[in-house]
Design a protein around this ligand. Structure first.
Ligand code: KG4
Ligand code: ZN
Length: 329
């Protein structure tokens, strides 16, 4: 089965083709980061218009690279939400238009499910069940994943998402938008021990997070110490964020009794977080899995893959069905 994936929830247009036999055939991405940078954040109307401009050329690129004809696609998966309404509508209407023209089904995918399953796109693939840390610009959650569609929320941020805190702190340090990767780079030149930033909710005895106070602490330091201390502030901020994220992952593994951790979402690209989790995994004997770096941030491959998994699961049910009297979104 060949599934076309379309991601357009925010500021990246991603198209990809996933084949359940051959794996990922091709994926193409256009990032709007440069376009939004001068406004200091994503401008929804500009995002929608750019998705319209980019989607079909990217589709052609993906088909050419995969050497697949449009008619040979079996289904079209698109990001149904959450995200910017106008941006989502672009992907959804392109998917629906193609589906109508080709007589193929569409499947709407939850953006976070795309991130959550993305580590399964590369080898070694984690087996179910696993604990997943989802850390993006919009979300910070710990989930227990028992299979496709079987997700249990273990904890989440009570205020800002981790990526949002990286971005806001980066902005304070004059690093532009989105500043997560730039902050991480600057932090490598700084002294993480010069300023001890708070570790919010480190000892909260639950799996929730809080990052708003960390950003405020960084602001106070910027006002007091000035920009000369920017690298040390960045390093202090990153050390605090990584420590909390790592500690909560360990607590989630302990609480669930699982020994597999999957890290997904844009902040999952952070080198300091990865090396901390790798060290913990070696010491505490659990396995940690990441998507390939290029698939950490938003992309079409994770949507095509999640669509293929969902369709395969639906087919395997083969006439059997269940209902969900209680069903959290
Ligand atoms: O998953 P993603 O592409 O989009 C959302 O669904 O939000 O994540 C984007 C977020 C941004 O906040 C960005 O600054 C952050 O991921 N990010 C990073 C790094 N790379 C991306 N944060 C810290 N270190 C990085 N290396
Ligand atoms: Zn995302």
């Amino acid at each position: 089965m060949r599934v076309l994936g379309i991601e357009s929830s925010c500021d990246e247009t991603g198209l990809a083709l996933y084949d359940t036999e051959a794996g990922l055939l091709a994926h193409a991405l256009h990032s709007q980061v440069a376009m939004h940078a001068e406004y200091g954040g994503v401008v929804p109307e500009l995002a929608s218009r750019d998705h319209i401009r980019r989607a079909l050329p990217l589709l052609k690129l993906v088909l050419t690279e995969a050497r697949v004809e449009l008619a040979d696609i079996d289904a079209i998966a698109y990001t149904q939400g959450p995200g910017l309404a106008g941006a989502l509508l672009v992907g959804a209407s392109i998917a629906s238009g193609l589906a109508l023209a080709l007589g193929k089904p569409t499947i709407g995918i939850h953006h976070l499910e795309g991130h959550l399953l993305s580590p399964l796109l590369s080898e070694p693939r984690p087996e179910f069940p696993f604990v997943a840390l989802l850390v993006s610009g919009g979300h910070t959650q710990l989930m227990r994943v028992d299979g496709v569609g079987r997700y249990e929320l273990l904890g989440e941020t009570v205020d800002d998402a981790a990526g949002e805190a990286f971005d806001k702190t980066a902005q304070l340090l004059g690093l532009g938008y989105p500043g997560g990767p730039a902050l991480s780079k600057l932090a490598e030149q700084g002294d993480a021990y010069r300023f001890k930033l708070p570790r919010p909710m480190l000892n909260s005895h639950n799996l929730d997070f809080s990052f708003a106070g960390l950003k405020t602490a960084a602001l106070t330091l910027v006002r007091k110490e000035g920009m000369a201390a920017a690298a040390d502030i960045a390093a202090g901020f990153q050390a605090a964020a990584v420590e909390v994220l790592a500690a909560k992952c360990l607590a989630a593994l302990k609480q669930t009794g699982l020994q597999r951790l999957v890290v997904a979402g844009g902040v999952g690209a952070n080198r300091s977080l990865r090396s901390r989790l790798d060290a913990e995994a070696e010491q505490k004997r659990f396995a940690v899995f990441y998507p390939p770096l290029a698939l950490c941030t938003d992309n079409g491959a994770m949507i095509a893959f999640a669509g293929a998994m969902r369709l395969a699961e639906a087919r395997s049910r083969d006439g059997r069905f269940t209902v969900k009297p209680r069903w959290d979104l």
